[in-house]
Write a protein that binds this ligand. Structure first.
Ligand code: HEM
Length: 405
């Protein structure tokens, strides 16, 4: 007989009461020592061990909590989008989209953009390189992903500002005052859909070497993406691929400021960029976890999760699981021998579609930054976003360095 989850004697994690990130990490570590699951003050349960996070994320009876966001906020679900996008679709609908789009998001597709990524990062560093000072979030992280996503989709340079504005408006869905911002979110969605609609029409008559052309051509067993699928996917890519990359780059560089010897090592051995990216995403990931709800009564490890139970798989806890990552507290960009990958890109059917693109963006940016910004130090204090922020990282990252000759 499975024990109902609300009757388990398990640790309690009080998010609201904890002031600092370090304190919360200690709270999670202590809970993880005692149990694979903890109760939280957010009305659900936190999953703390790597294997359990992966098992639950791969179990299709748990659905993306994001899909319930409109309902939880009291918004008509039709008001924010027409069809569920890849981010919120489940079951056959999700599987169909994923099958059709996945072949366009391969490592090879991401590699096409690597020279351009190097060009963009160098262009962003140039204006402050000689001064030895910058505000890294505003100067580099904020602008970095937009031209890359525009180029990926095949939008011309003169339209970048439009994408930047849409990204800001669409991303305000994660803000506390979403109801107030709803008209701007809807307007951005409509404008971007209309824009992509036109772009798709142009690509249909004149194919190019870009993602939209690949997606238009994508076909599986006679099935193809229609215009609405393509529009919704482009919006999903902008929403999911902008702030994640920005915050991960800022988290990674903030982490390196605490490990100057590793920053120097990366400058000397740029081939370590691949491992440095994975290790920094493990140690300080911009996505701290993800949430799911039970679509039916689910039994797991002798525990009964009644339908509608919410869980959050803690990537922070899982990425520090010493059964997978020996000496997890050590940041080591030469690390080898982890039994499995970090969970910052998720797991299961919703595993990050843009993982190869995001990896390439970080792998290209990091060695250039390490070489052009030696002796990196925080110039004042890092201002961190509240830990409750879905996509988390530094809001301000003032830096100083020795200008490279
Ligand atoms: C370092 C940067 C990034 C991080 C940390 C990240 C992380 C994640 C995570 C954790 C998920 C799964 C969410 C869940 O299971 O609830 C996800 C999904 C997704 N990501 Fe990323 N992401 C990043 C960059 C990107 C980029 C650049 C793109 C653009 C192509 C992208 C597109 C997507 C999409 C479309 C999904 C939904 C996939 C699905 O539901 O099937 N991401 N990402």
């Amino acid at each position: 007989m499975a024990t109902p989850v609300d009757q388990l004697d398990i640790p309690y994690i009080d998010f609201m009461a904890v002031a600092s990130r370090e304190e919360r990490e200690r709270q999670f570590a202590a809970a993880r020592e005692q149990s694979w699951i903890a109760r939280t003050d957010m009305g659900g349960y936190s999953i703390l061990h790597y294997g359990d996070c992966v098992a639950l994320l791969r179990d299709r009876r748990w659905h993306q909590a994001f899909a319930r966001m409109s309902e939880m906020l009291g918004i008509d679900p039709d008001a924010t989008q027409r069809r569920p996008s890849i981010l919120t679709a489940e079951g056959d609908e999700h599987a169909r989209l994923r099958r059709l789009v996945a072949p366009a998001f391969t490592p090879k597709a991401a590699d096409r953009l690597r020279p351009y990524m190097r060009e963009v990062i160098n262009r962003l560093v140039d204006p402050f390189a000689d001064s030895g000072r910058c505000e890294f979030v505003a100067d580099v992280c904020e602008p970095y992903p937009i031209p890359i996503i525009c180029t990926l989709l095949g939008a011309p340079e003169e339209d970048w500002k439009l994408f930047s504005r849409w990204a800001t408006d669409l991303l305000s869905i994660f803000d506390g005052d979403v109801l107030e911002k709803l008209p701007a979110i809807q307007a951005a969605q409509e404008e971007m859909s209309a824009y992509v609609h036109e772009l798709v029409e142009r690509r249909r008559s004149k194919p190019a070497d870009d993602l939209l052309t690949d997606l238009i051509a994508a076909e599986e067993g006679g099935d193809r993406l229609d215009s609405e699928d393509l529009e919704s996917l482009a919006v999903a890519v902008l929403v999911a691929g902008t702030d994640t990359t920005r915050n991960q780059l800022a988290c990674t560089v903030a982490l390196f400021t605490r490990h100057p010897e590793q920053w120097k090592l990366l400058a000397d051995r740029p081939e370590l960029a691949v491992r440095a990216t994975e290790e920094s995403m493990r140690v300080l990931g911009a996505i701290r976890g993800t949430s799911r709800f039970a679509t039916e009564d689910i039994e797991y490890k002798g525990v009964l999760f009644p339908r509608d139970t919410f869980i959050s798989t803690s990537f922070v806890a899982a990425n520090n699981d010493e059964t997978v990552f020996p000496e997890p507290e050590t940041f080591d960009i030469t690390r080898e021998g982890a039994a499995s990958p970090h969970l910052t890109f998720g797991s299961g059917i919703h595993y990050c579609l843009g993982a190869w693109l995001a990896r390439a963006e970080l792998q290209e940016a990091l060695p250039i930054l390490a070489q052009r910004m030696p002796d990196l130090e925080v110039d004042g204090e890092i201002g961190w976003k509240p830990e409750s922020t879905g996509i988390w990282g530094p809001a301000h990252l003032p830096l100083r360095f020795t200008p490279a000759r």
